[in-house]
Design a binder for this molecule. Structure first.
Ligand SMILES: NC(=O)c1ccc[n+]([C@@H]2O[C@H](COP(=O)([O-])OP(=O)(O)OC[C@H]3O[C@@H](n4cnc5c(N)ncnc54)[C@H](OP(=O)(O)O)[C@@H]3O)[C@@H](O)[C@H]2O)c1
Length: 319
């Protein structure tokens, strides 16, 4: 099977993609910087891909046929307070990776975000004009542009994800679940909506799209757009937990930080036509996510990542 290079392979999406790719029989080249992957079936590479020339060195040494660039600065508030790092990682590093992919003739999929939109309208299609409201969104939008300038045959995937982290940090779904299990009061925003997709489902879509001649921007998100409050309630239902700890609230009540766009639902018609199937609905994805906790998936995921003393991130930080 093909050699697939994954950047950010210890991250939320990267680790789940690495597992799915191994299960599909691909040879995985896992690139990370501070938290490298350790697995007998994976070629593990430790590199600061933001360092000029580093990406080219990695791609030239490992010669992947395909590459999925997941590495990024994703902490929205940290990006806001340190724009230089945000643009260095989300724009410049993406450009370096695109240049390296082009140099060795690798097919590149670059992961972007719904946060490139301002969230005034929602239901965004690929052709809609992006207008980010945060440094994170602006730096990711610049990343899309440099990738497509460097590598016009790259596929740029805009998404919003949930699932299990390999490392001890919390995705939005894990944050809700932890609080529901502890019966700890938490706020679900009723005025922020999105189209979340489980990282396992997204990984399977990415693996199907890699060999297809599809270029440019593509929205690959869940088939339902819901508020973050409703998302929390659905998690409670999927895990047979009381929804009581989740209280409805407004994003305006949040502590100061980056501005959050409100309506970030993505149109997925183009993806559905390419994949020949509707994008998955939320409840079946949540049921699969619940199963992953006990069917060995979560253990395999955590087994991928070497554990230095790591810190927990809270929900706002994680997304
Ligand atoms: N999480 C979400 O809710 C969400 C929503 C929409 C879109 N996205 C997009 O999805 C993609 C994946 O996000 P994620 O949540 O999986 O991210 P994540 O868990 O924070 O992982 C990011 C990865 O990037 C790596 N990285 C950072 N700087 C690096 C560098 N200089 N050199 C090499 N690797 C570096 C990190 O590796 P080390 O830790 O080893 O340094 C880490 O594995 C990103 O493009 C993000 O913008 C995420």
């Amino acid at each position: 099977m093909a050699r697939l290079l994954i950047t950010g392979a210890g991250g939320l999406l990267g680790a789940n993609l690495a597992l799915a790719a191994m299960a599909a029989g691909h040879r995985v080249i896992a690139v990370d910087f501070l938290h490298p992957i350790r697995h007998s079936e994976v070629e593990s590479v430790q590199a600061d891909l933001s360092h000029p020339g580093a990406a080219l060195q990695v791609f030239a040494a490992h010669r992947p046929r395909w590459a999925v660039h997941c590495a990024a600065a994703v902490d929205v508030d940290a990006c806001e307070s340190d724009p230089e790092t945000a643009f260095r990682l989300n724009r410049d590093m993406a450009g370096q990776v695109a240049m390296a992919a082009r140099a060795v003739g690798a097919r590149l999929v670059h992961i972007s975000t719904d946060a490139v939109f301002d969230g005034e309208r929602g239901g965004y299609a690929e052709e809609d004009e992006p207008r980010p409201v945060s440094v994170y969104g602006s730096s990711k939008l610049d990343g899309e542009r440099v990738v497509l300038d460097e590598c016009p045959e790259a596929l740029v995937v805009r998404t919003n994800i949930f699932g299990w982290n390999a490392r001890p940090k919390l995705s939005l779904s894990e944050w809700f679940l932890e609080r529901l299990r502890r019966g700890e009061r938490c706020t679900g925003f009723t005025d922020v909506s999105f189209s979340p997709i489980a990282v396992g489902d997204l990984s399977l879509c990415l693996l199907r799209l890699l060999p297809m001649p599809v270029f440019g921007r593509l929205h690959l998100a869940g088939g339902e757009t819901i508020s973050k409050y409703e998302f929390g309630l659905r998690i409670a239902r999927a895990f047979h937990l009381s929804p009581e700890p989740i209280v409805p609230g407004s994003v305006d009540s949040m502590r100061p930080g980056a501005r959050r766009a409100r309506r970030l639902g993505l149109e997925v018609h183009k993806a559905e036509a390419l994949l020949g199937a509707p994008m998955p609905a939320l409840d079946p994805m949540l049921r699969r996510w619940r199963q992953e906790e006990t069917d060995g998936t979560l253990d395999r995921l955590r087994g991928l990542v070497a554990r230095p003393a790591d810190t927990n991130q809270d929900q706002e930080g994680a997304r």
